[in-house]
Write a protein that binds this ligand. Structure first.
Ligand code: C5P
Length: 227
């Protein structure tokens, strides 16, 4: 069966990673969480004094961008890939509220996007990949054979994120998460370089009232109709 490229974009915390990961596992494709890459650059910036308070030292980040090595390795315990930053597993750290609050400003920087897009395109060179993010169908893989744009209300997305953090035993405030979701939507949609938008040829999925299983079935059906 021919291998294709699958691009899944959408708003933050809309469950796109879950559906992308599940489909990739089911069909034996590579899964890449492009948001994790922007989160890793953000974590690097925080840990190296490049992003302090609300100020980003863009000159230093520009000089160091090629020193930031991001990779993924399958975690046998979860069956899902963990994110590594310069050889260190940062999967938990990149999901913290601090990183969530700082990732969108980092993602507006053109030189950061340029480097991430280059790495993402290299990862997808041989197809057989499911990548999720904000600009996958519009910028990273404009020729992807299957493109999906996922959305759900901000309140539902915040509740899902809250439940996820609580399940991991992490401190979480629903109000803070809702504010973060809305702020990220705003920055992601209004930035100059590759703003979040639905590619013209993407299928729209509003999953506000769908279960994970229903989403999974929907995506599987779309995949089967393309290959
Ligand atoms: O997908 P996730 O919510 O983890 O992504 C974190 C942030 O990274 C997004 O809010 C967005 O600012 C940025 N991002 C991006 N382009 C992508 C993926 C994520 O700008 N392809």
């Amino acid at each position: 069966m021919k291998k294709i490229t699958i691009a899944i974009d959408g708003f933050s915390s809309c469950g796109k990673s879950t559906m992308a990961k599940d489909l990739a596992r089911e069909i034996g494709y590579i899964y890449i969480d492009s948001g994790a890459m922007y989160r890793a650059v953000t974590l690097y910036s925080i840990e190296n004094g490049i992003f302090t308070g609300t100020a980003i030292d863009t000159e230093t980040l520009k000089q160091r961008i090629n020193d930031i090595q991001i990779s993924f390795q399958l975690n046998p315990a979860t069956g899902r890939p963990d994110t590594y930053l310069n050889g260190v597993n940062v999967e938990d750290k990149i999901r913290s509220m601090e990183v969530s609050n700082k990732v969108s400003p980092i993602s507006t920087l053109g030189f950061v996007r340029q480097e991430m897009v280059k790495q993402q395109q290299a990862m997808g060179e041989r197809k057989g990949i499911v990548m999720d993010g904000r600009d996958i169908g519009t910028t990273v893989f404009p020729d992807a054979e299957l493109k999906v744009f996922v959305t759900a209300s901000a309140e539902i997305r915040a509740q899902r994120r809250y439940d996820e953090l609580k399940a991991k035993g992490q401190e979480a405030s629903y109000e803070e998460i809702l504010a973060n979701v809305k702020q990220r939507d705003d920055i992601d949609q209004n930035r100059e370089v590759s703003p979040l938008r639905k590619a013209e040829d993407a299928l729209l999925l509003d999953n506000s009232h769908l279960t994970i299983e229903e989403q999974r079935d929907w995506l599987r059906e779309k995949f089967q109709s393309v290959v």
